[in-house]
Ligand binder design. Sequence first.
Ligand code: NAP
Length: 353
Amino acid sequence: MSETAVESVVIIGSGPAGWCAATYAARAQLQPLVYEGAITEENRMAGTLPLGQLALTSEVENYAGFPAGDLSSFLDSALPQDRRMMMAPHDGHGVTGPELMELMRQQAVNFGTRVITDDITRVDFSNCPFTLFPAGGGEVRARSVIVATGASANWLGLESETRFKNRGVSACAVCDGALPRFRNQELVVVGGGDSAVEEATYLTKFASRVHLIHRRDELRASKIMAKRALENDKVKVHFNTTLAEVLGDDQQGVTGVRLESTTEPDKETTLAAAGVFLAIGHTPNTAFLEGQLELTPKQYIVWQKHFRTATNVEGVFAAGDVADDYYRQAISAAGSGCMAALDAERWLAEQEG
Ligand code: NAP
């Protein structure tokens, strides 16, 4: 057996769940160690760089505590000067995804979290202390582990889709839909599941029209949600259609789409559009677990008890999108990160008896 020191808690992943777990674990004097992921081209292409999905978005307008707008005059009226302990973090602008993630990371580091910029490529949860294998070599041993590796939005893999990411192409209507560039514009949503119809309906608040592009002649979405979209005058569904190319230029970003029919080989159409939203599912980042934890058929980690973050291996906890295919919001991920740290702290205390 190697002489490696045994960590109290190792957190794998560096999105809102990971940093929130780290902040709580650090404040509980557990000296957490975070593996935040490696900065590699492979991770960039897969959308799994450190700081997670939020670092890939622009403004974040729905994270509690980070309002946009003229905050100084707002605070003057809302909170008297003598109760103002700190300046608002932003002067007139909302927080951006990368800023929010850097702030979360710093908050965890301020309380003593140690961070290693590397991937964990393999784990052995068969015995406690558990063993983790970083890409850079060696091994790490831990009495508890919080898995917070998130999920990655699925993309079609078109070159034009990559080119216009964050310039009109998005995989999150709730995150990006209200941005000025999409207001009163024609928008495109790709997919036929609950996310696609929900996002199409949501986008009608801002768009002049939403084109829902689905590859089959029937939606996968639940009847009630599909009905809501289909009955909305602003939603036009294009069945048996796929997105062949995102059109645009360097100055304006997305200006339209080229569509292909799945039933009529030579039928192609173009539509003018200012935005393209992919809603073709997510893939949780659990491949590195290689069967060590119970997963759902869609490969999400299974939380064993309602409103608890424990996995099927005692001492291993999961937080954020890696275990949540339903809410998938930064704030719910952060909340479950807090829960996982509290669960880990209690579990460690029980072991010490
Ligand atoms: P999903 O149910 O897996 O649907 C993905 C959709 O994308 C399907 O319609 C699929 O087409 C399409 N698709 C997949 N790959 C594609 C490709 N390469 N090209 C074109 N189209 C492609 O995913 P989801 O909609 O994100 O939902 C995930 C889970 O969350 C579901 O269980 C859902 O019920 C749940 N959810 C619930 C709510 C709610 O209740 N409010 C909201 C959102 C999500 P096919 O149909 O042809 O396979």
